[in-house]
Design a protein around this ligand. Structure first.
Ligand code: HAM
Length: 427
């Protein structure tokens, strides 16, 4: 006997129905267009990678690698992980496939599911979708600014530019951060027992993340801590001020957030996030920054880089707040057939019409039965016209066009005239 208990989805991995899927597709399409217009080439990369890619790329001491990877040993004992983000995989592909040559600047975009075993809540899922854009081979501040500008343009096309705010910071070069790290540890050590549990753990492994802590008592201790700003090289300061200058020229407002450090290890200099206050605690819709050392870290040549990724489900949730989508049936033409034996003819006609007018939605009745029932369903579908095939029409190689939304009379036309007559109902 079978086991008839229902099966639930994996926690934090959601089903998105037709309305949200439609919205997500719109969001994706806008992103693809905005970035394709600026020469960001499309890529598709594997969801599974060797675990080492993320421990080396994203960083062993990050939450993402330490606690959130979905990992397993393959049958040959090779350790694999579902990708928690897209940057490390793209860098691997760049090196492996030679997608970058010295002296060039190349731009790439990607879109797809990412996996992190976080504690699920609204806006935080274990499977989510990122759209990302990455630029390789350029160290100029104009690149950082272009990425921010294009992401802004994307939000603008979605009508969301008034709902988000740019938080930006510079975290300097690796050497600057090393010196700062030592100073921060020295300052925090006497307070160790007063720090929250996460921060205590991070003190030796990843002390900069403590700056990001949401715990009030920890933030109070941090008030007199040395500031990263005091450790920045002049080069970093200049880079940052040029990024900001570019943003001012293109008219993008920003908020310098000196606590913004981001949760991945590969960054240097510019880091940024687009944040909204309309989604509760998961209000970061997009994050990114410069990562000049990652290509080399993963075995490639020295290659400066900068990029970002956005969580599409969060953008969708924001769209739902600002302009809720409605379930919309878009049937334009409803095909009715008098007898089941004419089913094939109805399918053939539907397909002819779809090919004739690719933007028109054609629904072929599939319950058949009485004409009355079919007309009821045609009416309910919202279609503008019905196409009716009966035996007589079929024998005469013709079809009836019946307007459903206005007073026009129905007319019998020859199938050979369909090309000319049908489009006139949709002009
Ligand atoms: P991230 O900040 O970890 O950066 O993720 C980018 C965005 O993905 C977040 O701002 C958020 O919108 C979305 N996201 C992250 N985790 C979740 C989750 N559990 N549920 C729903 N959405 C989520 C990166 O992944 C970097 N690779 C970005 C980057 C690209 N930096 C340089 N290039």
């Amino acid at each position: 006997m079978g086991n008839h208990q229902t099966i639930q989805s994996v926690r934090g991995m959601n089903d998105w129905g037709p309305v949200q899927s439609q919205q997500l597709q719109l969001i994706e399409q806008q992103a693809i267009n905005v970035f394709a217009q600026a020469n960001y080439l499309k890529t598709r990369l594997p969801i599974l990678e060797q675990t080492e890619l993320f421990s080396r790329g994203v960083g062993n001491a990050t939450d993402i690698v330490e606690k959130e990877l979905y990992s397993f040993a393959d049958r040959n004992e090779q350790l694999l992980s579902l990708r928690p983000e897209g940057t490390a995989g793209l860098v691997r592909a760049l090196i492996q496939n030679g997608w970058w040559q010295q002296g060039q600047v190349v731009r790439y975009q990607y879109l797809g599911p990412m996996f992190r075993r976080e504690r699920p809540q609204k806006g935080r899922y274990r499977q989510f979708t990122q759209f990302g854009a990455e630029v390789f081979g350029g160290s100029q501040p104009i690149i950082d600014s272009e990425l921010i500008q294009l992401s802004y343009e994307w939000f603008k096309r979605l009508g969301l530019n008034k709902n988000i705010k740019l938080h930006i910071n510079t975290i300097g070069k690796l050497e600057d951060r090393k010196r700062y790290r030592a100073a921060l540890i020295e300052y925090l050590q006497p307070f160790e027992s007063q720090l929250d549990e996460d921060s205590q753990r991070r003190l030796q492994t990843n002390p900069l993340r403590i700056l990001d802590s949401k715990i009030e008592s920890t933030q109070q201790i941090l008030q007199n801590a040395p500031k990263l700003k005091e450790f920045l090289s002049q080069e970093s300061e200049e880079h940052f001020s040029q990024v900001l200058q570019c943003l001012e020229t293109v008219g993008i407002e920003y908020h310098i957030d000196s606590h913004l450090v981001r949760g991945l290890d590969y960054y240097n200099d510019t880091v940024f996030e687009w944040v909204t206050d309309q989604l509760g605690s998961q209000g970061t819709v997009c994050g990114g920054g410069r990562y000049d050392g990652l290509v080399e870290e993963l075995g490639g040549r020295t290659c400066p880089a900068c990029g970002f990724a956005a969580g599409l489900e969060r953008i969708e949730a924001l769209l739902e707040v600002t302009s809720p989508a409605e379930e919309s049936s878009q049937t334009d033409i409803y095909v009715i057939c008098q007898h089941a034996k004419l089913s094939g003819v109805a399918l053939k006609l539907s397909s002819q019409v779809r090919n004739l007018m690719p933007d028109i939605q054609v629904l072929c009745d599939s319950q058949l039965g009485s004409m009355k029932g079919q007309f009821k369903r045609a009416d309910k579908s919202g279609a503008k016209i019905a196409l009716i095939i009966g035996e007589e029409e079929y024998n005469a190689e013709s079809v009836v066009i019946k307007p459903l939304r206005d007073e026009r009379q129905q007319q019998l036309i020859l199938l050979s005239n369909l090309n000319k007559i049908l489009p006139t109902y949709f002009t």
